[in-house]
Design a binder for this molecule. Structure first.
Ligand code: NAD
Length: 322
């Protein structure tokens, strides 16, 4: 694990992965980390890192010539259009980054004999029936292949299929991570448009939070430090070809209750309004999303520690200082 290639290095999770790789004593043995990003959904905050171990390449991975790279020990493919508003705006780019770019990276991993970590998503499960909640890695998904959400769900599913093929046919050592609603500092409050950044943006502007639909849709949220710990456990100890849900298994909370919990926890005056799904928001929003993390608990000793109240407080305090 001496040379690491990280795609999406300026994104929310990419930035935290990079920071851990560069700043933790546990990774002193790493000689080089190369990050690639084109800022399609992020800003340039990481590009000025002054660390001799770090090389940043500003490039669109869809058009990138991977032959200019050499011999990485591990490739972490985190680049994506991860926020619903972005994948609705850039559907073909969303498909390409999860499929054709994944395939090109897997080809390189085959050539370099390197590990490949693919960031998939809890969205690949679609809208699980009640008996499949909490949702385990075995659940095959209930997803539409036609609709404005399909570019994300279906391309992540095909990205997983590519990992499966390269693992079985060419012995590429792959791991798939399915994150479930991770949040915390470095999320782009103004531009990300996922629920927690939206909540904080409204609170900062002292405006009501808009909740789409009934507000009864539920999620479990995982604070970034717990998620990053889980991600590194997969990178270090993930079984060959294995897939892991990384997120939190409690509490399952509706969007309306999330707003109420947030305003009570950080002690602010914040109202909400239920509005119809706007045009820019993809159809088929999952009604319930609750991670089963039993596999990561058992195989990787992954136990998220930060409560939702503590994580919201830390994220709010960070946003206030920005
Ligand atoms: N954060 C979560 O809760 C969550 C949930 C499910 C899945 N995921 C997955 O985890 C990964 C990281 O998520 P995130 O929250 O950090 O997303 P993010 O949107 O913050 O970061 C993604 C990064 O990829 C870059 N990117 C996209 N297309 C690119 C291209 N063609 N060329 C170069 N760079 C490109 C973007 O500019 C951005 O910096 C993604 O693959 C996402 O689908 C995240």
């Amino acid at each position: 694990m001496e040379k690491i290639l990280l795609t999406g290095s300026n994104g929310f999770l990419g930035s935290h992965i990079l920071s851990k790789l560069l700043n933790s004593n546990n990774f002193d043995f790493i000689k080089n980390i190369t990050g690639i990003d084109n800022f399609i959904s992020s800003n340039k905050s990481n590009t000025d890192i002054n660390n001799p171990k770090y090389t940043f390449i500003e490039a669109d991975l869809i058009k990138f010539d991977f032959d200019q790279l050499k011999d990485f020990d591990i490739v972490i493919h985190s680049a994506s259009l991860a926020s619903p508003v972005y994948y609705n705006r850039f559907p073909l780019e969303t498909v390409d980054i999860a499929t054709s770019v994944t395939r090109k990276l897997l080809e390189k991993c085959k050539e370099w004999n390197s590990r490949f970590i693919f960031f998939s998503s809890s969205e690949i499960y679609g809208n699980p029936s009640s008996e499949n909640i909490p949702t385990t890695e075995e659940y095959k998904g209930y997803v539409s292949c036609q609709g404005s959400r399909s570019c994300y769900d279906e391309s992540k599913r095909l990205g997983e299929t590519l990992c499966y093929i390269y693992n079985k046919e060419y012995n590429v050592r792959t791991n798939i991570i399915r994150p479930f609603n991770i949040y915390g500092p470095l999320l782009s409050i103004q531009a990300d448009h996922r629920m927690i950044p939206n909540l904080i943006k409204s609170a900062l502007k002292k405006q009501p939070v808009s909740i789409y639909g009934t507000g009864n849709q539920t999620r479990t949220f995982c604070y970034y430090s717990d998620a990053i710990e889980g991600i590194f456990k997969v990178i270090r100890n993930g079984g060959d070809g294995e897939t892991y849900n990384i997120g939190n298994d409690k509490p399952e909370i509706s969007m309306v209750d999330l707003v109420k919990l947030f305003r009570k926890t950080v002690n602010i005056d914040l109202s909400y309004q239920l509005i119809p799904y706007p045009e820019y928001y993809p159809d088929d929003e999952p009604i319930r999303r609750l991670a089963s993390i039993e596999k990561a608990k058992k195989d990787l000793n992954f136990f998220p520690k930060v409560t939702l109240e503590a994580g919201l407080t830390k994220t709010w305090n960070w946003a206030l200082k920005k």
